[in-house]
Design a protein around this ligand. Structure first.
Ligand SMILES: NC(=O)c1ccc[n+]([C@@H]2O[C@H](COP(=O)([O-])OP(=O)(O)OC[C@H]3O[C@@H](n4cnc5c(N)ncnc54)[C@H](OP(=O)(O)O)[C@@H]3O)[C@@H](O)[C@H]2O)c1
Length: 333
């Protein structure tokens, strides 16, 4: 794709779309947001005015038909991702879609297949993977500084007196697992790969939405991982990998850190890596490089990782009994 200037379209005008669009401004002039779509013209116009966007549509489909964008960013709730992403890929429009890209692994496999069929780029916006601190952390881990990893401990839980309605609504893919649990799961997958065995317990509310989840993963190497997520507690929100020679730790809000801590026989060292903005422009920059290289997959946001973590999410939901409208067939339940 011989694009000098990459034209972005933003789908949905909620919290994360706002943060992502703000961060896009940190990229050089070759990234331009040309269109936004919302379910309401008022919201689209408000968003367009805030960010100086030329085209504003009251329907996602109209944005896809407009011919004004090369790539869309999807910031709707999770259940709405699949249909928008699929329609865009079929139209030859590249897609960067919020996490989790779909509710089930089956849907994610389908999107990867559609992307391949239409030779169109598709990526999950798992921004943790493109954060420079996280990348330095994993480079350090790969260097063998702590020896063979034996344990991962990671948690993603927060509490707000008034949670966004989306998080408690099964029809909007509510619950801590899909929203937050995907981060410790992806982190552990990056550190240790796919586990041989997964066990999970969860506490659900009367609507069947998970409020507290604990997971234990076992590996044939002998390594184990302990992961939690929740919506009822203020957790340390950290992630660590430990081995016989020491440990590496990502601090509070480990999915977009400013430093990490290496503890070895040499002592404890804080390692700072420069990061800018909120951190969403790193994934956007990687998408633009991949677009220019004519790729259907962004190397830092691999399809296999997206699908395998969704398979683990499927299995965890089966074990703790979280169901979303319409996913029984995909989950095989
Ligand atoms: N990467 C991150 O750091 C991060 C952080 C938070 C959330 N997320 C992910 O981003 C997605 C959106 O989260 P958010 O916190 O931005 O949610 P949000 O503030 O509720 O915004 C979601 C937007 O989606 C649109 N939408 C489309 N169909 C909808 C429906 N049926 N009900 C409600 N809204 C609908 C709405 O925009 P219009 O009215 O304009 O159509 C709404 O404003 C989720 O998949 C979540 O997992 C990622």
């Amino acid at each position: 794709m011989g694009v000098d200037r990459v034209r972005w379209g933003i789908v949905a005008t909620g919290n994360i779309s706002t943060s992502f669009t703000r961060d896009l401004k940190l990229l050089p002039d070759d990234a331009v947001v040309t269109a936004v779509a919302s379910r309401s013209q008022d919201n689209a116009d408000r968003f367009a005015a805030e960010f100086g966007i030329e085209h504003a549509y009251d329907d996602y489909r109209r944005l896809l038909d407009s011919g004004t964008v090369d790539v869309i960013y999807i910031g709707t709730p999770h259940p709405q991702h699949y249909a928008v992403a699929r329609a865009a890929l079929q139209a030859g429009i590249a897609v960067l879609c919020e996490k989790p890209v779909t509710l089930t692994a089956k849907q994610a496999r389908d999107l990867v297949a559609v992307a391949a069929e239409h030779r169109t780029l598709f990526a999950e916006a798992m921004w943790m993977r493109t954060n420079p601190v996280v990348q330095a952390f994993f480079a350090d881990l790969a260097s063998g500084v702590i020896g063979e990893p034996q344990q991962v401990v990671a948690d993603f839980a927060f509490h707000k007196p008034a949670l966004p309605a989306r998080l408690l609504d099964p029809a909007l893919g509510g619950g801590s697992l899909m929203d937050g649990g995907i981060y410790p799961m992806t982190f552990t997958f990056m550190a240790l790969g796919r586990p041989a065995e997964v066990k999970a317990v969860g506490a659900l509310n009367e609507d069947g939405v998970d409020l507290n989840v604990a997971m234990a993963w076992r590996y044939d190497s002998g390594a184990v991982a302990a992961l939690t997520c929740g919506l009822r507690s203020q957790n340390p929100w950290t992630a660590s990998v430990s081995g016989p020679e020491g440990s590496l730790l990502l601090p509070h809000r480990f999915h977009h850190p400013e430093y990490y801590v290496r503890s070895t026989a040499a002592g404890q060292e804080r390692i700072d890596v420069p990061v800018h903005g909120l951190g969403y422009h790193y994934e956007a920059g990687d998408v633009m490089r991949a677009l220019r290289d004519g790729l259907v997959e962004v190397p830092s946001l691999p399809h296999a990782g997206t699908i395998e973590v969704l398979e683990l999410l499927d299995e965890t939901r089966r074990q703790i009994g979280v169901r979303y409208p319409g996913d029984d067939e995909d989950l095989g339940g």
